[in-house]
Design a protein around this ligand. Structure first.
Ligand SMILES: *[C@@H]1O[C@H](CO)[C@@H](O)[C@H](O)[C@H]1NC(C)=O
Ligand SMILES: *[C@@H]1O[C@H](CO)[C@@H](O)[C@H](O)[C@H]1NC(C)=O
Ligand SMILES: *[C@@H]1O[C@H](CO)[C@@H](O)[C@H](O)[C@H]1NC(C)=O
Ligand SMILES: *[C@@H]1O[C@H](CO)[C@@H](O)[C@H](O)[C@H]1NC(C)=O
Ligand SMILES: *[C@@H]1O[C@H](CO)[C@@H](O)[C@H](O)[C@H]1NC(C)=O
Length: 369
């Protein structure tokens, strides 16, 4: 007969193995962006938030004269449905509101950060709106500050934002709102000096945007739009991450980009069909942009014989048939990127965009690593 103690130990080990991931990984985040104004019309209720620790709702417009968040009645309705649905379906997922993106012009943010009273209006309004709908944090996306004074002023904004968030939390007895930002894949992307010390000190973390580095509209060479590596140049995720760390952002503030979309090129010659093959422009859609779901549906019609290939040189999957070439992140690329994030002790990953997934295959893959 097996002694009780053995059963107990075995049971205990089993239990801790089960529990370990969530306990050991409180410093590992899985962020999903959801674009509520999406033309893809994916209903909020269909988001499977179980795969994520945070869902970021993108984007909110900022009024170009008052510098307050400017919500249309449709925005207001979407935000409240989003927040209610998230809380009902998965109360343990934290929700963040993303302010900016391409719905706010460069000049609006440039002007807002330059003047203390504009910054105050913006900060107050962002906190007010976030609390009104029950968000636990705010994500700032300015793509991108163009001058050194923009970047310097953005640093002042972060500093003041943090102070305001701290005092709002004390006054309301709520826990502090999370404050994050999206930043380009590398500080070398322009000559702008990012306020790295301020970012390090006042932001909870940053989403490093390393997708969309190429597209069939910009280059007639097939390529990975979000390469993890590139042996021929520094235009890749790993080089950018290293540069941010070298300049003073700690690895555990950085969150890695996982794109759930890809690009299709039309090949010049079907025989020459690797990464870096000559092309003559986009295929399938007008700009070649395809969500992961669209790609899987498209390639399904050719059956399993036309297999998805993988390049570990760039960390990208690609599929080719005739003159059609599609580069995207499938299970292999996603797996390699998440492993990279763990190995480099980054804080986690973020997905653009949750609704592009195909039956949650990529979200599940990333989530279980
Ligand atoms: C922006 O704010 C100003 C001043 O509050 C207001 O007059 C204007 O209508 C707003 N613009 C938009 C597009 O909401
Ligand atoms: C900021 O804007 C306000 C209102 O337009 C103006 O009165 C003030 O002089 C500006 N401050 C600076 C430093 O430009
Ligand atoms: C911003 O909020 C602070 C704290 O609640 C308040 O003292 C200040 O008057 C507000 N400023 C504006 C421009 O709304
Ligand atoms: C905040 O919480 C503290 C301690 O729980 C309590 O004494 C205080 O009255 C609360 N303040 C507000 C504004 O709710
Ligand atoms: C790609 O090649 C096509 C056909 O030669 C040409 O029309 C197009 O302008 C090229 N695109 C780029 C980005 O060079």
């Amino acid at each position: 007969m097996v002694p009780k103690i053995v059963i107990f130990v075995v049971f205990y080990v089993f239990l801790s193995l089960q529990l370990c991931p969530s306990i050991a990984q409180t410093n590992w985040i899985r962020v999903g962006y959801y674009k509520y104004s999406s033309k893809y019309g994916f209903p909020i209720s269909k988001i499977n938030s179980a795969f994520f620790t945070h869902i970021v709702c993108a984007y909110t417009v900022v009024n170009s004269t008052s510098y307050q968040l400017s919500l249309s009645p449709a925005d207001e309705e979407s935000l409240s449905i989003f927040a209610e649905t998230m809380k009902k379906n998965n109360p343990s997922v934290a929700i963040l509101l993303c302010v900016g993106g391409n719905r706010v012009s460069y000049s609006t943010f440039s002007s807002m950060v330059s003047n203390s009273s504009y910054r105050e209006s913006f900060i107050n309004s962002s906190i007010k709106v976030a609390r009104l709908y029950g968000f636990q944090g705010i994500d700032f996306y300015w793509s991108y500050p163009e001058t050194n004074s923009d970047a310097f002023n953005m640093g002042i904004l972060f500093q003041e934002w943090r102070v305001a968030i701290g005092s709002e939390a004390r006054n309301s007895n709520n826990s502090q709102l999370i404050l994050t930002a999206q930043i380009p894949y590398s500080p070398c992307v322009s000559s702008t000096s990012y306020p790295i010390e301020t970012m390090q000190q006042h932001l909870d973390w940053v989403h490093v945007v390393s997708e969309g580095l190429t597209s069939p509209l910009w280059t007639n060479l097939t390529s990975a739009h979000a390469p993890l590596y590139d042996p021929s140049n520094l235009r890749n995720t790993d080089a950018g991450i290293r540069e941010w760390v070298d300049r003073g952002l700690s690895a555990n503030k950085l969150v890695l980009n996982l794109p759930f979309y890809g690009y299709a090129w039309k090949l010049e010659n079907p025989v020459n069909n690797g990464v870096g093959a000559r092309a003559t422009g986009p295929a399938i859609s007008t700009d070649g942009y395809l969500t992961y779901k669209q790609i899987k549906n498209y390639i399904k019609q050719y059956g399993p014989d036309v297999r998805v290939r993988y390049s570990s040189t760039y960390v990208v999957n690609y599929w080719t048939e005739g003159t059609t070439w599609i580069g995207f992140d499938d299970v292999e690329a996603i797996t390699a990127k998440v492993s990279y994030a763990k190995e480099k002790k980054l804080l986690g990953y973020f997905v653009w965009e949750v609704s592009f997934d195909d039956n949650w295959v990529l979200s599940r893959t990333a989530g279980k690593l």
